[in-house]
Design a protein. Structure first.
Length: 407
C-alpha cells in the first residue's frame, strides 16, 4: 500500500499524460521518466506512445537517443516518496531485470547506475517527513519543492539525459545556497522596509517579463549616464522600453526605481532643490543588482501583494543566474553564516559541497557538451554521483537549519 501524501504533492506523483497516481503494485502504473524532458508517465501511457518520437506533453524529441521508451527503467526514487522502501524490491537486477538497457551495462556501470539511483532515493527519503507534515511544509517554497521533484523526475540511463540531471542538481544547489543566505536575514524587517519604500498598496504590477525589461533598461541606462534625477530616470526608461501607451507603464517604472533606491542601491546627491541619483559601484551590473537575495516569495508579495506569483518570480531569478552567480552566492553564504554566528564547522563542511555543486552543469555549457562528442564531460557517472552526494548533504543541513529556526 502506498503511504498517504498531502494532496499538493500528488501533483508530482501522477502520470503526466493520464494523471493516474503512480503505483508499485499494479505494473501498469509504475513511473517511467522520459529522456531529456523529464516527463514521467505510467507504463500504460508509455506503451501507448512508444512509436512516437516526441513527448506528447512538450514535443521534446526522445528519438535522438535511440532508446525505445518502453524499455526504459522504472523510476524507483519517485516510488520511494510513495512507499516504504522496505516494501520495494532491492538490488539492481530485481528492480531493473526487465530493462534491457540496464542489463546490457557492464558490472561497473550497473554499480554506478545503482549508486545514482540510491542517492536520488536518499533525497526522496529526506523530503518525505516534510511533505507529510503540515507544520513542516512551509520550510520549502513552491519553487524549492519543484526543483527537488524535477530532480527526482530524472532519467539518467543515457548521456544526454545525464547532462540535464547535472544541470538540475546545480540549479537546486544554487537555490539551496541562496536559501541559507535568506535564512540569515531578518526577512520580515526586510519586507517591511521595502514595502514602506514603495509606499503603495499591494496593487497589481507589471507582468514579470515586462518587469525584467524595465529593470534591464534601468541598469543599462544608468551605466551610460552617471547621475540622473529620479524623474528623468523614470522618463528615460519609459521611452526606452517603448510601449504603446507610456502612461500604463510609468507608475510601475516609478515603483521599480523606488524599490531600487529603497534597497540602497543608489547613491543620492542633493543639488540645490533637486535630488540626483546614481547606482553604487557595487551594483553597476545587472547580475548583482538583480540578486539582492530577496526571496522569490518576497518579490511576489512586494510586487503583487501575495505569494501566489512566487514561481514566476523564481523563473525570472533563474533566468538571470549566470555562470558566476553561484560562486558569488557561495561567498555571501559564508559571510552570512559567519555573521549569524552559525557553527563554523558547518560552514567548512558545506562550503566545499557548494563549490563542487557549482562546478558542473553550468547551464550554457550543456548545449556545448551535447554538440561535441567528447566523452570527458559532465555526463560521466563520477561527476553525477559526486554532485548528488553533495546535494544530499546540503539538503539535509538545510532542513536541519530551518528546523532550528522554527523552534
Ligand atoms: Zn498514464
Ligand atoms: Zn516531456
Amino acid at each position: 500500500m502506498a503511504q498517504s501524501i498531502e494532496s499538493y504533492y500528488m501533483e508530482f506523483l501522477r502520470c503526466a499524460r493520464c494523471s493516474h497516481d503512480f503505483e508499485y503494485e499494479n505494473p501498469l502504473y509504475r513511473p517511467i521518466t522520459l529522456p531529456i524532458c523529464g516527463h514521467t508517465m505510467c507504463r500504460q501511457c508509455i506503451d501507448i506512445i512508444r512509436n512516437q518520437t516526441k513527448c506528447p506533453q512538450d514535443q521534446v524529441s526522445f528519438g535522438i537517443n535511440h532508446i525505445p521508451i518502453d524499455q526504459l527503467p522504472t523510476n524507483y526514487p519517485l516510488l520511494i516518496v510513495l512507499y516504504d522502501p522496505s516494501k520495494l524490491p532491492k538490488g539492481g537486477d530485481k528492480r531493473y531485470g526487465q530493462c534491457p538497457f540496464y542489463m546490457k551495462f557492464d558490472e561497473n556501470t550497473k554499480l554506478t547506475f545503482k549508486a545514482v539511483e540510491s542517492l536520488l532515493g536518499k533525497i526522496s527519503l529526506a523530503i518525505k517527513p516534510i511533505i507529510n507534515d503540515k507544520q513542516w511544509q512551509s520550510i520549502f517554497s513552491d519553487s524549492m519543492t519543484r526543483k527537488i521533484f524535477s530532480l527526482l523526475n530524472s532519467q539518467y540511463i543515457d548521456r544526454a539525459s545525464r547532462l540535464k540531471v547535472v544541470e538540475a542538481i546545480r540549479s537546486l544547489g544554487e537555490h539551496m545556497c541562496i536559501d541559507f543566505i535568506l535564512c540569515c536575514q531578518n526577512s520580515e524587517q526586510l519586507t517591511d522596509n521595502l514595502r514602506s519604500v514603495i509606499g503603495v498598496q499591494h496593487g497589481q504590477f507589471l507582468e514579470p517579463a515586462m518587469q525584467e525589461i524595465v529593470l534591464q533598461s534601468i541598469v543599462s541606462f544608468l551605466k551610460d549616464h552617471s547621475a540622473l534625477s529620479n524623474k528623468h530616470l523614470v522618463h528615460s526608461v519609459v521611452l526606452q522600453v517603448g510601449v504603446n501607451d507610456p502612461n500604463v507603464i510609468q507608475p510601475s517604472v516609478n515603483r521599480i526605481v523606488n524599490l531600487l533606491s529603497g534597497a540602497s542601491c543608489f547613491q543620492v546627491q542633493r543639488n540645490g532643490d533637486s535630488l540626483s541619483m546614481k547606482l553604487k559601484s557595487e551594483f553597476q551590473n545587472y547580475e548583482t543588482l538583480r540578486r539582492f537575495y530577496i526571496s522569490s516569495e518576497q518579490w511576489s508579495s512586494l510586487l503583487y501583494g501575495d505569494t501566489k506569483h512566487e514561481l514566476s518570480m523564481q523563473s525570472i531569478i533563474d533566468k538571470l543566474s549566470t555562470p558566476d552567480s553561484f560562486s558569488q552566492a557561495i561567498q555571501r553564504f559564508t559571510n552570512a553564516l559567519k555573521s549569524a554566528r552559525y557553527a563554523s564547522d558547518t560552514i567548512s563542511y558545506l562550503e566545499p559541497c557548494f563549490k563542487i555543486l557549482s562546478k558542473f552543469g553550468v547551464p550554457n555549457n550543456v548545449e556545448q557538451h551535447l554538440s561535441n562528442n567528447n566523452q570527458q564531460d559532465d555526463s560521466n557517472w563520477v561527476t553525477i554521483t559526486q554532485q548528488l552526494g553533495c546535494a544530499d548533504i546540503v539538503l539535509r543541513y538545510l532542513i536541519d537549519f530551518k528546523h532550528h529556526l522554527h523552534h
